[in-house]
Write a protein that binds this ligand. Structure first.
Ligand code: NOJ
Ligand code: CA
Length: 476
């Protein structure tokens, strides 16, 4: 397994347990199913795995609403199955990160009923303030136990915990310790930017600027100065690090690239969402890369279970170019399951499982031309298994899967900072030591300079130019 000092360069594969592989034919992916497919992950060449939530949950937000942090959702298996997965990962030199949801619990967690002081509850006539919830609507709902209003940053089924109460801190640190003792290597820490809200519950002002990241309209109507990235968040992370000095910690925090260092001061990695959200703005890519590659602990990502998939947002060729960008940058990189075969968004379900429309990015992995995900009826349909699957791509050197494997292997030979970042129309160029990277986000062919061609995402043209929507890596 990689050493702690190498974590900041790790390549990490995100597994969405419900959609990876079903071992018992009930149509729902599970932990033993992941264990059965562990060699696919090892063969990709990644350093470790991040598992989206596996804990007991009513699944109002697909596991991000936890009703028991110390048990596994029965449809995914049990704690023994988690132990088997940890062992299988470790046997292949892979680390395993779980997903902890510290900001809120499920409304069905016994803590909510038994410990109102662990939550943000106010017994007022009217809603305590004007705050809005991330997924739309107001951030306050009537408490089902008649104690007033409770605050929820996300769905109403996800009441916010009160991290100003030391009992909450102790309980959550206890959860982490329990899983560490089982051999888990670390955690991706969910939505930690919203861990604290203003103590005085002050109203938020109307939005005055367009936030760098895409949001839902009523959430975007306010400037979230009292509910996101509050100073107390960093104190909580400092205490977490002090308690678990050698564990692998990754934060999910939406904040502009220039402010991410506030997180990486305390944890190994924090996501940078801005490459994903820069779409086709090549100048913006260049700016984010220039700024972000100076942040030790940055984790580049191009997709996850919350956003439309890469080949759907762009197209297959652009996705290959973008993957080359992601995997040639210094820092860590997260790859969402399915992206390695170019899986597209699917139709979702009717009625939807996710009320804000994220089912489409969560369709099952496609292992074989007939699917190979389940012997039963999958919880979400296959998208296009006959055309896009692991088995067909495995030995095809031109496949998306081969490209990902090649990029991950090639990356080991890269060193040095990003230098010489240039934008020429739709072409982005940069170097790292003696390696020159050319990313063509436009349709016109472009020269790639001199040296030895290490990798190209498409065949070069007869005159040696790189075609449109393609990337090349050259060594001088
Ligand atoms: C971020 C997770 O990625 C998303 O899926 C979830 O809905 C929210 N946090 C709330 O926990
Ligand atoms: Ca199953």
């Amino acid at each position: 397994m990689i050493s702690p000092s190498e974590r900041r360069n790790a390549v990490i594969y995100q597994v969405y347990p419900r959609s990876y592989n079903d071992s018992n034919g009930d149509g729902i992916g599970d932990l033993d199913g992941i264990t059965q497919r562990i060699d696919h992950i090892a063969k990709l060449g990644v350093d470790g795995i991040w598992l989206s939530p596996i804990f007991a949950s009513p699944q109002a937000d697909m596991g991000y609403d936890v009703s028991d942090y110390l048990s596994v959702a029965p449809e995914y298996g049990d704690v023994a199955a988690a132990d088997r997965l940890v062992a299988a990962a470790h046997a292949r030199g892979l680390f395993l990160l779980l997903d902890i949801v510290p900001c809120h619990t499920s409304i069905e967690h016994p803590w909510f009923r038994d410990h109102p002081e662990w939550y943000i509850i106010r017994d007022t006539e009217e809603r305590p303030n004007n705050w809005t919830a991330t997924f739309g609507g107001r951030a306050w709902d009537r408490d089902p136990f008649g104690r007033g209003w409770y605050c929820h940053t996300f769905y109403p089924e996800q009441p916010n915990l009160n991290w100003r109460n030391p009992e909450v801190v102790a309980a959550m640190h206890g959860v982490l310790r329990w899983w560490f003792e089982r051999g888990v290597d670390g955690f991706r820490i969910d939505a930690v930017d919203r861990l604290f809200v203003d103590e005085h519950l002050r109203d938020e002002p109307a939005a005055t600027r367009e936030y760098a990241l895409v949001e839902r309209p009523d959430y975007a109507s306010l400037d979230h100065i009292h509910t996101v990235n509050q100073p107390e968040v960093f104190g909580a992370l400092r205490d977490l690090r002090a308690d678990f000095p050698d564990k692998f910690l990754v934060t999910e925090a939406y904040c502009p690239v220039g402010e991410l260092h506030r997180y990486t001061e305390h944890v190994d990695l924090t996501f940078c969402f801005e490459l994903m959200q820069s779409e086709f703005d090549v100048q913006r890519f260049a700016d984010v890369i220039t700024e972000g590659s100076r942040v030790p602990g940055i984790a580049w990502m191009l997709s996850n279970h919350d956003f439309p998939r890469m080949v759907t947002r762009w197209n297959r060729d652009v996705a290959r170019t973008a993957a080359t960008m992601q995997l040639t940058l210094p820092g860590a990189a997260f790859i969402y399951q399915g992206d390695e075969i170019g899986l597209a968004d699917g139709p979702g379900a009717d009625p939807p499982f996710d009320r804000v429309g994220r089912d489409s990015a969560r369709h099952p992995m496609q292992w074989t031309p007939s699917g190979g995900f389940t012997t039963g009826s999958p919880w979400l349909s296959m998208v296009d298994a006959a055309e896009c699957n692991v088995a067909d791509q495995d030995d095809d050197p031109a496949s998306m899967l081969s490209l990902y494997r090649d990029l991950i292997e090639m990356r080991q030979g890269l060193s040095g900072e990003v230098s010489d970042v240039r934008v020429e129309g739709a072409v982005l160029r940069y170097s790292r030591d003696m390696t020159d990277i050319t990313l063509n986000f436009g349709t016109t062919a472009t020269p790639i300079g001199t040296g030895t061609l290490v990798l190209a995402t498409q065949a070069l043209e007869a005159d040696g130019c790189l075609p449109g929507y393609a990337a090349a890596v050259m060594r001088r």
